[in-house]
Design a protein around this ligand. Structure first.
Ligand SMILES: [Zn+2]
Length: 333
């Protein structure tokens, strides 16, 4: 823990201990999520937390005329937390919705194509929100955890981003700034911190595809300029990928991580399950009819991937001169 200019800088672990001991004579109903927009990742030098916090306070006090810095807490790209105004005071963060609220500003510009939030900061955002919900006995849902974007700027009315809103905490904050994004990508992670037995439901697979290049690099975002991830090897020709999201012809191939491949080097394929009697098999043939030679067989319930195009009600196994009859395939899986 470090103190400067009237602020305290803490690691996530220090914050949790600090919060447990902290007395707050203010009933809290909501935890607001914001991004600072400016300053952003370009302004963070790794050791200037206090200077950035002070410059935000100066802007809020001298330019905006507020009595103190607007937010209660700022999270930084390295996952540390710096305190702002006292939790005894309402924040100055969402017009008309500040009483009984805690305001967290995440340092960065998390609109699409801008800063990509670091894992450390993501973890802090999730775990400090969970700690605050526990501390103030809040149920975890999209009424207690709120994004600035959901409130109309001029009136403070909650319109869920239907017009006259800021993009804050960013159009790419945990995958998006809409209520559904929060409920899909943020809230389940907060719940999981509080209840480790909670299983985050996997998002549905949008489609399956096979790789058409010799090797396809996996990148940390949906553009060629994003670095390759060290968590996954390139995918070889013919490899099958599950697609969870699609942006500018790039495909997200992990349900939980930012793992993307260029869609240009893939083609969509279909998944099916072999639907024959339990003691039977499905013959694989060299062409699209039973007149062709048999080259193998598939067992009941076996999972297969076939090309989109079919011929004469026969399907071709992905990237092979091998065919199976469509009659014995169940695509409803
Ligand atoms: Zn905001």
């Amino acid at each position: 823990m470090e103190k400067k200019y009237g602020f305290i800088k803490m690691t996530l672990a220090e914050f949790k201990d600090w919060l447990k001991e902290k007395k707050v004579a203010n009933t809290i109903f909501r935890i607001q999520q914001h991004h600072t927009y400016i300053p952003n990742y370009g302004h963070f030098k790794g050791n200037n937390h206090f200077a950035l916090q002070r410059s935000m306070r100066n802007t809020h006090v001298f330019d905006n005329g507020w009595r103190n810095i607007g937010q209660h807490f700022t999270t930084f790209p390295d996952g540390t937390i710096v305190t702002g105004r006292s939790m005894e005071q309402s924040p100055a963060c969402i017009y008309g919705n500040n009483s009984n609220s805690i305001c967290i500003e995440h340092l960065g510009d998390f609109d699409k194509e801008r800063d990509q939030m670091n894992e450390a900061q993501k973890q802090t955002a999730i775990e400090m929100t969970a700690a605050l919900c526990q501390r103030f006995n809040l149920e975890v849902n999209s009424n207690t955890i709120v994004y600035h974007h959901w409130f109309k700027l001029s009136t403070g009315e909650r319109n869920n981003g239907k017009g006259g809103n800021k993009s804050c905490p960013g159009t790419n904050f945990f995958g998006g700034n809409k209520v559904v994004d929060c409920e899909t990508n943020f809230i389940p992670k907060v719940v999981q911190v509080i209840d480790p037995n909670f299983v985050i439901p996997a998002p549905p697979v949008l489609k399956y595809a096979s790789v058409t290049a010799d090797f396809l690099n996996v990148r940390q975002g949906p553009r060629a300029r994003f670095p390759k991830t060290s968590e996954r090897d390139p995918i070889a020709l013919g490899g099958i990928i599950r697609v969870f999201d699609e942006k500018n012809k790039w495909l997200k191939i992990s349900s939980t991580k930012e793992h993307w491949v260029s869609g240009r080097y893939t083609k969509e394929v279909r998944k099916a399950v072999v639907d024959v009697d339990p003691d039977d098999v499905l013959n694989i043939r060299t062409g699209p009819s039973s007149r062709f030679d048999k080259v193998g067989s598939l067992n009941p319930k076996e999972e297969v991937f076939v090309e989109m195009e079919e011929e004469n009600k026969w399907c071709q196994l992905v990237m092979r001169e091998e065919w199976i009859s469509k009659r014995f395939l169940d695509f409803d899986v």
